[in-house]
Ligand binder design. Structure first.
Ligand SMILES: [Zn+2]
Length: 168
């Protein structure tokens, strides 16, 4: 499976809201498989949204298994037309990076719990409750689907955005 090129800021597609998938046809299934392959290709990549690979569909894939910050992760999640049903009350600020913003990281406040509704890769509707790091990753990916980057979420660009010194 081919690895797709990653769109980088300031590519305008990263700022555009996506459109819902209406039919899980072969084109969409191929896109999802290519997104999974692309995510797996990068060892530290825990999530990828369709606009990052040049697609306008409301699809994200994520997998935080094996990440040191993950507690009880769900494994591979394919989120088609995801919507957040509920944010947990507790927020925490954490450092985020993004393959589409390779030169910077930022301090971003996120809910520590999330109830999410989406179709899975078989087209079945699912409700997921995500916690901790997995909830943070889902918020980051859903932001991509709404045309937002972590840079749009930091409280103060002057003190909450950092130039990367090293690349993992
Ligand atoms: Zn990202």
């Amino acid at each position: 499976m081919a690895v797709l090129p990653i769109r980088k800021f300031p590519d305008p597609l990263l700022k555009s809201p996506t459109r819902n998938v209406l039919k899980l046809d072969d084109q969409i299934k191929r896109l999802i498989q290519a997104m999974i392959a692309t995510m797996r290709h990068y060892p530290h990549c825990v999530g990828l949204a369709a606009p990052q690979v040049g697609s306008e569909y409301r699809i994200a894939v994520m997998d935080v298994s094996g990440h040191p910050k993950a507690e009880k992760p769900h494994g591979l999640l394919v989120l088609i037309n995801p919507i957040v049903m509920e944010y947990g009350p507790r927020e925490k600020v954490g450092r985020e990076g993004c393959m589409s913003v390779p030169d910077f990281t930022g301090n971003v406040p996120r809910a520590m719990k999330l109830r999410l509704r989406a179709f899975d890769q078989t087209g079945s509707p699912q409700d997921w409750t995500l916690r901790g790091f997995e909830a943070v990753v889902a918020q980051h990916e859903i932001d991509h689907l709404d045309g937002l980057l972590f840079l749009d979420r930091v409280e103060r660009v002057g003190s909450d955005v950092f130039r990367r010194k090293t690349y993992r």
